[in-house]
Ligand binder design. Structure first.
Ligand code: GLC
Length: 644
């Protein structure tokens, strides 16, 4: 039972007395979380030296609660009573850049109907906060945590949008770039002007002694464009820790003042009407000499501390962990040990994402199966964001030992994947690009749009109808998996109409070095306007996804109650998993990753074999078995339901 479940229990128990008394419920949550807040705080900041900071935090919590708008306080209480709303099969998400989607926030508001048409009701807007002119990492270098950059509109426009979205039961996710600020952020400016208080908000060193020590163990995130982890600042004549880009200064959370101020920033962001806060780059939030400074236990304690405070102030708001790290590390962001279920409610399922791309390239789901199978079950109050593409690159973050265990050589396997996706193999249908290749290690990552990586761009160039059909089948199957796997599916805007790579970034000075821009296209409204009138690959993909989304929402088996069972397929090209629900309401998802038809024995399907007389929910057709086998066409996916 995590803290949220306790709040739900207490709020229900006290229904008669304080059910509608938001203030009393705040006090109750504070009392319930206080010991945890204290323990987490003093695990990071010694009690001897930081008692005053803790008292300051205690004074701050009611002040921050006082700032929360009343309608949101009411919504918070509703959400507590509803319990884990984010696990519902009704949620389907889309991620987008506001300016690339439809100019600005007002433009976005005009397109709410488009989301409804597709079935999307959860939207992740890429950063809309002010950022430096010129390079700004797509807005991930922030000049403010809660203001709206004028290029997207005003705060009123955002409030208007969040209100309209709430009226339509839509959810909003925004970023909280908690690990770093831009070098133009007010604290950075004060630090540069020589203020020691603000120099202590960052990791700043007078000479190379400590930076050199750190560099011995810190990996490089952007080795091509921003090598090393420190930048010399000419104004201060000091070295600043900049793990990402040189203009992104890492915050020093070993200073409790930074935590308390950032909590204030977080609440101001939440108060705009945000439902899910995406904690950007959270694995990096704590630094320690002699370590890689990722996924440290202190980082987990810090995130839990944020969560326990947020839950007291704004319990309707939840966290998404953007931890694109090794599979066994990702799962820890749900909270482990005594904090199980008390860290982030949602995490990106980067493991599934990366291994789906592995399965496409190898035409086999074996590595995917092996990895997922070996992961411990996540806490029951949590869920995944399932996705195939986003604004970032695809990293091959899975572990070598699994590759070895299936008899492949890890080094050559990784090289094969990079070659397959980055146009180094003639027969490969993929048109992707290499991102941040590090010749020192041979590591690289992959960029490109889903459609281009899945072969649509090349097939269209070659005007090869059968390859076009195959690429479309892959696009639909990949989306079908994220729509049926437990969690919130997040479609990357443009993928719903098969948008190809966008090469225009190569002509833009401050973008051309960062190939992630190839997969950050503008939404093609001309094509979308034709979608009903024309039958082409765009409309085929759009209507297939719309159909799958509708089906997802009709089947409660797709809600996430940790109800997923992976089946051993006995055919390496197949991925099979069940979403059980009662005796007869489960769904069995069956996918063929091969480019030729493949068969499996019906007994592989467990209780979904011929005795169950199963129907494919997608086509609505009864399944026919031949000689005790089931045969799937290339990249075909079935969602099998039992005939009741
Ligand atoms: C996250 C973002 C990525 C950004 C990085 C630094 O990983 O997704 O786009 O570059 O954080 O903020």
């Amino acid at each position: 039972m995590n803290q949220a479940s306790i709040h739900k229990y207490l709020a229900t128990e006290s229904k008669k007395t304080i059910a509608n008394d938001v203030e009393a419920l705040f006090e109750q949550r504070l009392a319930t979380n206080l010991t945890l807040i204290k323990d987490l705080f003093f695990s990071l900041y010694t009690e001897k030296d930081h008692k005053n900071s803790f008292v300051k935090l205690l004074r701050t919590l009611p002040i921050l609660f006082g700032q929360r708008p009343s309608p949101l306080k009411v919504l918070d209480v509703q959400r507590i009573n509803e319990g884990n709303w984010y696990q519902s099969e009704q949620l389907v998400g889309m991620q987008l850049y506001v300016d690339h989607f439809n100019k600005d926030l007002k433009g976005l508001e005009e397109k709410l109907g488009y989301f409804e048409k597709l079935g999307v009701n959860f939207v992740h807007l890429m950063p809309i906060t002010p950022r430096p002119q010129g390079e700004n990492d797509g807005g991930y270098a922030v000049n403010s945590y809660y203001e709206v950059d004028p290029r997207f509109g005003s705060t009123e426009d955002l409030l208007d949008l969040t209100q309209k979205m709430r009226d339509k039961n839509m959810y909003l996710m925004l970023d909280f770039v908690a690990n770093h600020t831009s070098n133009e952020y007010v604290w950075a400016k004060k630090a540069m002007a020589g203020d020691p208080k603000y120099q202590n908000y960052y990791h700043i060193y007078p000479d190379r002694t400590l930076p050199d020590e750190f560099e011995k163990t810190l990996p490089e995130i952007f080795p091509m464009t921003s090598p090393g982890n420190f930048t010399f600042n000419t104004e201060m004549k000091k070295w600043v820790m900049t793990v990402f880009n040189q203009y992104q200064w890492d915050l020093n959370y070993s200073n409790p003042e930074v935590f308390i101020e950032m909590l204030g920033n977080l609440i101001k962001l939440a108060n705009l009407g945000v439902d899910v806060v995406r904690l950007d780059a959270l694995a990096f939030m704590w630094k320690k000499l002699g370590t890689v400074s990722q996924n440290l236990p202190e980082a987990h304690a810090l995130i839990s501390l944020f969560r326990m405070c947020l839950q007291v102030i704004a319990p309707g708001v939840i966290f998404l962990a953007e931890a694109i790290v090794a599979p066994k590390e990702i799962i820890k962001y749900f909270g482990s040990g005594t904090m199980k279920g008390n860290e982030c409610e949602i995490a990106y399922n980067a493991t599934l994402m990366a291994l789906l791309w592995d399965a496409i390239a190898t035409k086999k789901a074996v590595l995917l199966y092996k990895n997922i199978h070996s992961l411990p079950e996540k806490p029951k109050e949590t869920t995944w964001i399932n996705y195939i593409r986003c604004h970032d690159d695809i990293g091959l973050g899975f572990e070598d030992h699994h590759i070895h265990e299936i008899g492949w050589n890890a080094k050559s396997h990784r090289k094969f994947l990079l070659d397959y996706y980055c146009q180094k193999i003639d027969w490969s249908p993929a048109k992707g690009h290499m991102f941040m290749y590090n010749p020192k290690t041979g590591d690289g990552r992959i960029t490109g749009s889903a459609a281009s990586l899945l072969g649509l761009e090349k097939a269209l160039e070659q005007e090869d109808q059968s390859k076009i059909e195959q690429a479309i089948a892959k696009i639909i199957m990949m989306h079908g998996i994220i729509l049926s796997y437990g969690g919130v599916p997040l479609i990357y805007a443009g993928d719903e109409i098969g948008t190809l790579n966008d090469y225009s970034y190569l002509k833009v000075h401050n973008k051309k070095e960062d190939s992630r821009w190839v997969n950050r296209p503008h939404q093609d409204w001309d094509t979308i306007a034709q979608i009903d009138a024309q039958k082409n690959h765009h409309s085929q993909i759009f209507y297939s996804l719309q159909h799958l989304i509708r089906l997802r929402k009709q089947h409660p088996a797709f809600s996430d109650r940790n109800n997923i069972i992976l089946y051993e397929a006995h055919n390496p090209h197949y991925l099979i998993y069940e979403r059980p629900m009662g005796k007869n309401n489960g769904v069995l998802v069956v996918c063929n990753f091969d480019e030729v038809p493949q068969a499996i024995y019906e007994n592989t399907l467990g209780s979904y074999g011929s005795k169950a007389n199963p129907t494919d929910l997608i086509s609505g057709e009864k399944i026919t078995f031949r000689d005790g086998t089931l045969r799937l066409m290339p990249y075909q996916m079935l969602w099998l339901g039992k005939t009741k």
